[in-house]
Design a protein around this ligand. Structure first.
Ligand code: NAG
Length: 387
């Protein structure tokens, strides 16, 4: 019997060795997915803002943030628990991706550069956030440190196989434009959207030049339905969603779709997973009970109409705030940010969603490099040496 067991163990070791040395051959779901690099704002900030000089509005490292206990302490995530990229890392069989600013973090599975309040444009919340151009510089630093650690060749492979997840733009339209009369005087909405998209496109091209090939996007939500913006509409409009903000989000999403369709033709090997977060979230705001929520309008944590006054945590000017009994019943956690439950549901949708509703790849395809073969591919490139 003991002999049999040791024989079985020996066999297991062989299989594991085979899988790890020649894992692509097996395509087994046990293997770890590609690395994950994250750029963006508070939707995906894992705590970078804990390390910068900023205002309480751009921080979430205090209770009741993180109250659901997944993390022992508030981490700086703008959620009652995890955020979307934490789920994506889990599904990709990666460890949690550390904030870039976390001292002596290990970036061999990726790094998260996102910063609450951050925008595509350096003008957005200038001086209080890590803007996208700076996030890109920070990526270069990680790239250099990986070369030192892993060598040139292995880093090149890691960079080209990694997934680059980008969730940014909301702050450019909220604080950066609607909250900034000077910007509105200088640019009509279409021109402003063009500027944000122009700069975002440049960032994508720079990442591509550095070797990035696979991108995932969290598109913009119906911004006017955030409790904070609905509250602005409270007196004049009975708290309907603030259409000017939602219209900017739609224009941004449409423009990004168009850019990605073009880039796919211009940049060989580019693959992406884009989402329609706008409609997806709008559906949950309007029909919460269809998806297991009780409230699609009011923030769980905050004060004033719809919990739209951003006081969650009591660290800001207004110290009073209300907290709901069960955050899982809510679409909105605080005045600006969805609950962990929304993050999880959307992570699942992006991970395994049907590509036609996501276009052209889902995240699982990107992390585990499942090729979408067309008839032309099969006929034109019969070589299989890359397996
Ligand atoms: C990028 O943004 C700046 C403002 O920060 C603007 O002047 C410039 O035209 C934008 N670039 C593109 C390509 O749109």
């Amino acid at each position: 019997m003991a002999k049999l067991i040791s024989y079985i163990n020996f066999f297991k070791v062989c299989v594991i060795l085979l899988l790890s040395t020649n894992s692509r051959c097996f395509g087994t779901p046990l293997e770890k997915g590609s690395a994950l690099f994250i750029f963006g704002d508070s939707t995906v900030d894992p705590g970078n803002n804990n390390y910068i000089n900023t205002i309480p509005e751009n921080r979430a490292c205090y209770k009741p943030y993180g109250q659901n206990g997944f993390f022992a302490e508030p981490t700086g995530r703008f959620s009652d628990g995890r955020v979307i990229v934490d789920y994506v890392a889990e599904y990709a069989k990666l460890p949690l991706i550390p904030p870039f600013l976390q001292p002596s973090a290990d970036f061999t599975s990726g790094a998260n550069f996102a910063s609450g309040g951050g925008g595509v444009l350096p003008e957005t919340n200038q001086g209080l956030v890590i803007d996208l151009p700076t996030q890109l510089k920070n990526f270069e630093e990680v790239q250099k440190s990986l070369v030192e650690k892993l060598g040139e060749a292995q880093t090149k492979e890691l960079i080209s196989e990694a997934v680059y997840f980008i969730s940014i733009g909301s702050n450019d339209y909220m604080g950066g434009y609607l909250g900034n009369p000077k910007m509105q005087e200088s640019y009509p909405p279409e021109a402003y959207v063009g500027m944000v998209i122009g700069n975002l496109t440049q960032t994508l091209q720079v990442l591509y030049e550095k070797g990035a090939r696979k991108f995932g996007f969290l598109s913009l939500s119906p911004l006017g339905c955030l409790p904070a913006l609905r509250a602005l509409n409270f007196k004049d409009n009975e708290g309907k969603c603030l259409e000017a903000a939602s219209a900017l989000a739609r224009a941004h999403n449409d423009a990004l779709n168009a850019v990605l369709t073009n880039l796919e033709h211009i940049l060989p090997g580019l693959k992406y997973c884009n989402s329609n977060f706008y409609e997806w979230l709008d559906d949950r705001i309007i029909n919460p009970s269809k998806y297991g929520f009780k409230d699609g309008v009011n923030a769980c944590c905050g004060t004033g109409p719809y919990g739209g006054v951003f006081t969650c945590g009591g660290t800001k000017n207004v110290k009073d705030y209300q907290l709901c009994d069960n955050a899982d019943d809510h679409v909105w956690w605080d005045s600006f940010h969805p609950t962990e439950r929304i993050h999880e549901q959307f992570a699942k949708a992006l991970w395994s969603g049907h590509p036609s509703s996501l276009g052209p790849y889902n995240l699982e395809d990107l992390f585990f490099d499942k090729e979408k073969l067309t008839i032309a591919d099969i006929v034109d490139s019969p070589e299989t040496d890359h397996f």
